[in-house]
Design a protein around this ligand. Structure first.
Ligand SMILES: NC(=O)c1ccc[n+]([C@@H]2O[C@H](COP(=O)([O-])OP(=O)(O)OC[C@H]3O[C@@H](n4cnc5c(N)ncnc54)[C@H](OP(=O)(O)O)[C@@H]3O)[C@@H](O)[C@H]2O)c1
Length: 260
């Protein structure tokens, strides 16, 4: 891949927020590394974009496939943005979730994100240019009963904040963002077999809006980006309430329903 454009790597680019990031970053003039398991989807996306796209087919729950992507990030001298976006949810609680599924979620949300960040950021720091967007969730601020998903996203928020402070302390201009969306129309809920109808329409946003807010936040160097006033209020409230009140509320929220 050779052009004068900066490069952005997007994990989970085959659908939803990742594909939307890819389209918007192409419009901002980035060449792209598109990463996911479904090569056909990535090829389709690459064909529609007016910039250079390299496809890396990788299952980021597998060590050797994460290594392959990490090696590519390490050698990319024009890498200016890493979007750690790949992820999935489940509606089952911890004790009903097969251990292998719970483990693969943590491999994807935590280990892959950490290893790709470790591969990408040193080069950015050396070049004094670049940014990482970690796609977390509002769920990271509101732990739910048996919620392995919310626990993993709380880690993404904490990790992003720690790295943000590390880079600030080192005087590096490399930016870090934790993007914390609420319910967003993507394939996420189909994959999780979650009934969208159980959540009022007013709590849903488009991927386009969420990614636009993320990129606007990136321009301003914001650490936490929570798209929409509604979810900003939810996050603000979570910081205000004592833990026992958050637990009281979380225990009273309706359970997620599977699709019928
Ligand atoms: N949608 C929401 O309501 C919502 C809310 C808050 C946060 N989020 C977060 O937003 C991020 C993007 O999700 P989305 O809503 O866009 O869901 P989506 O439409 O289902 O997209 C998920 C993406 O992750 C990729 N992916 C899943 N498992 C992977 C694996 N093992 N290796 C590599 N790639 C993998 C998928 O690609 P392949 O299947 O081709 O591998 C797909 O491109 C996730 O981190 C999610 O937790 C979503």
């Amino acid at each position: 891949m050779s052009s004068n454009r900066p490069l952005a790597a997007v994990t989970g680019a085959s659908a939803g927020l990742g594909a939307t990031f890819a389209r918007k970053l192409a419009a901002r003039g980035y060449d792209l590394l598109l990463i996911a398991r479904r090569r056909d989807r990535l090829e389709q996306l690459a064909a529609e974009l007016p910039v250079q796209c390299e496809i890396i087919q990788a299952d980021l729950t597998k060590d050797d496939e994460v290594d392959k992507v990490a090696a590519r990030l390490r050698e990319a001298a024009n890498l200016e943005l890493l979007v750690n976006n790949a992820g999935f949810g489940t509606i089952t609680r911890f004790l009903q979730t097969p251990p292998a599924l719970a483990e693969s979620m943590h491999r994807l949300h935590i280990l892959a994100l950490m290893r790709l960040t470790h591969a990408a950021v040193p080069g950015m720091v050396a070049r004094s240019k670049g940014a990482v967007i970690n796609v977390a969730s509002v769920a990271g601020f509101w732990l739910s009963p048996g919620g392995i998903y919310s626990a993993s996203k709380q880690w993404v928020n904490a990790f992003s904040e720690c790295l943000y402070m590390e880079l600030k302390q080192a005087g590096s201009p490399v930016r870090v963002q934790a993007l914390c969306p609420g319910f967003t129309y993507t394939e996420f809920h189909d994959v999780a077999n979650m009934d969208r109808g159980a959540i009022p329409k007013s709590w849903w946003f488009d991927a386009d809006f969420v990614v636009e807010e993320s990129l606007r936040g990136l321009d301003k160097g914001k650490l936490f980006v929570v798209p929409s006033l509604r979810y900003k209020f939810v996050v603000w409230l979570s910081g205000l309430l004592p833990r026992c009140c958050r637990q009281w509320l979380a225990l009273r929220l309706p359970k997620r329903r599977p699709m019928r």
